[in-house]
Write a protein that binds this ligand. Sequence first.
Ligand SMILES: Cc1ncc(COP(=O)(O)O)c(C=O)c1O
Length: 391
Amino acid sequence: MELSPKITRLGTESAFKVLSKAQALEAKGVDVVHLEIGEPDFDTPKNICDAAAKAMSQGCTHYCNSQGIITLRAEVAKEIERTRGVAVDPERVVVTPGAKPIMFYSILALLEEGDEAIYPNPSFPIYESMINFTGAKPVPIPLREELDFRFDVDELESKITPRTKLIIINSPHNPTGGVLERDDIRSIAALAKEHDIIVLSDEIYDHIIYEGEPYSILSVPGMLDRTILLNGFSKTYAMTGWRLGYAVMPPELVDPVVRLIVNSVSCTAAFIQYAGIEALTGPQDSIPRMVNEFKKRRDMIVEGLNEIPGVSCLRPKGAFYVFPNIKRIGIGCAQLADYLLNEAGVATLAGTDFGKYGEGYLRLSYATSQENIKKALDRIDKAVANLAAVH
Ligand SMILES: Cc1ncc(COP(=O)(O)O)c(C=O)c1O
């Protein structure tokens, strides 16, 4: 079968591949500690589950508004106004099954061959995949450990050309846990305004932050009409499997994105959207409880990794990932990730799964119990020592 050349340009997300490799080992009886998948290990709060069940039993089981039911859009608009300090019309809000489709639809709606899109590297692999899919040129900005994995704004400026149409930012950041500073965000906004560029700001980890206050580019005056703010319920409310996300976007983008929704999934399940309304309007105490626990695990994993010879690890300010430097171990990160899975029963991701500038790093998700983290650290320590003995 001859496939379209376009489809061969579409990348993927390795976390799911590693998960299936790890599951194949588990099927053979191997005990695997999972540090590869980026999802909270907490249950979705009961009030949210109850709201979905109630909506389902009351008949919210039919097609609904493709843009998202108006009550949820209104609650999202209020939440954004409360947290970003900018008034948002619910007509700018688009609801999708998970936050990922926002990347897919908005990049598809904006870019074409001849355009350029700047994005961080390493970063969530779907950005690069989607830019490539449209035929536009992906222009990576390397994120460096020396800068706490933040954007180098001067470097960003040097990469802007008359063809630059989109800048993608993600803070708190997957895979490094880095958080952009207020000044970084203001400088990026100034460049976007000066050069008439749209910003896709992926803020899916906005509540999972350990130091300082989150700051959104939408809060910078004049950015509302050039920002696509991507967010959702997966991480904040431990709702990855529900598939519920949203964006706040400029009005000109709403219609094309809704047309893409109509052409693909028609709408997001109505009873899931009612769960989203409950998530935003119900008790919020599950969030600080989860974040406090993540913080303890972060400290435990950072300290443990820094005790392993050949490994050094920054203390990230957000998300639930660490991105340890493994260069001194002396093998490539993909090889090390395979070795740790097959020989030590620890599933991790290679830094290069997030782009070429991730070489020399691993990504470990600490969205798992402290007991599992201790077990993984112990196994990694022994496996790395065995490797050093062989070398
Ligand atoms: C940076 C980033 N953006 C977006 C997503 C996708 O979120 P969702 O599961 O709601 O589609 C993820 C998921 O891992 C992520 O890490």
